[in-house]
Every structure is written in C-alpha cells, then in structure tokens.
Write a protein that binds this ligand. Structure first.
Ligand code: FES
Length: 129
C-alpha cells in the first residue's frame, strides 16, 4: 500500500555526477537529526546516513568527497573503511561485515527524492506528492 506521506526533494539530478562529489543533507530519523548524503554510481543515485559503521563519524574527507581515487568505493576519511557504493556494505578497514545505513532514495523528473519512511524525514526541504 502506498504511503500518504509526501516525498521530499533532496537535490537536482544534475547535482550528482557519476562517481563524483556527493550531495550532503540532513534527515530527522527517530526524532534525531543526522547527516546524510547521496552519490551517483553506475547511473543510480544512492543515499546513506553520513555515519561510518566503525565510529559513527562522517565519512567525507573534504565536504562532499566520498569516493576513493578510483571511484570504486566510498571511503571513510578517518581510518579508511571502504564501502560498496551500491549497497553500503563495508569491504575493507575496521568494520568489514557491517555497513552504512541506506536511505530510500529515488530519482524522477530531474530530482533526487527521499521516499517517506518510518520516522524518517528530510530536514528543510520541499515536498512533492
Ligand atoms: S571512523 Fe570510519 S573507519 Fe574508523
């Protein structure tokens, strides 16, 4: 059954380039504000909480820079954990076997959207039905 909650616009599609800089935003999750980001990998937008599975620190080494030098993995700047961009699974570093928290993100009509979820809301955004 479709949710009656509106979807929220995170950013424009053109804000995300293939394996390029990510777009940072914030969500309210279970009543707590948390940093998040979206990236584009193999043409698809993927969103995650910006929280390393190792120490709950933000991943980006410069604001919005999440990919390693080869564009193959998302990389945590602190201790080098590596994550598969399409799934968030950790495949290298101190938290292998765990992963990032994936967010329900879609792309439609030139925008990247956060789908409504259980106690998950975008902070400061426009809603669309
Ligand atoms: S905080 Fe990310 S690898 Fe340690």
């Amino acid at each position: 059954m479709a949710s009656a909650e509106p979807r929220s616009i995170i950013c424009r599609s053109r804000d995300l380039t293939e394996r390029g800089r990510g777009f940072r935003f914030a969500v309210l999750r279970c009543g707590e504000e948390a940093p998040a980001f979206v990236i584009r990998f193999n043409g698809v937008a993927h969103g995650y909480l910006n929280r390393c599975a190792h120490r709950s620190l933000e991943l980006d080494w410069n604001e919005g820079d999440f990919f390693d030098a080869f564009g193959e993995h998302l990389l945590c700047a602190t201790h080098g954990a590596r994550y598969i961009p399409a799934t968030g699974s950790c495949v290298g570093g101190p938290c292998v076997g765990t992963g990032l928290v994936k967010l329900p993100v879609t792309e439609e009509n030139g925008v990247i959207l956060l789908e409504p979820g259980d106690d998950l809301h975008l902070v400061g955004s426009k809603s669309v039905s």
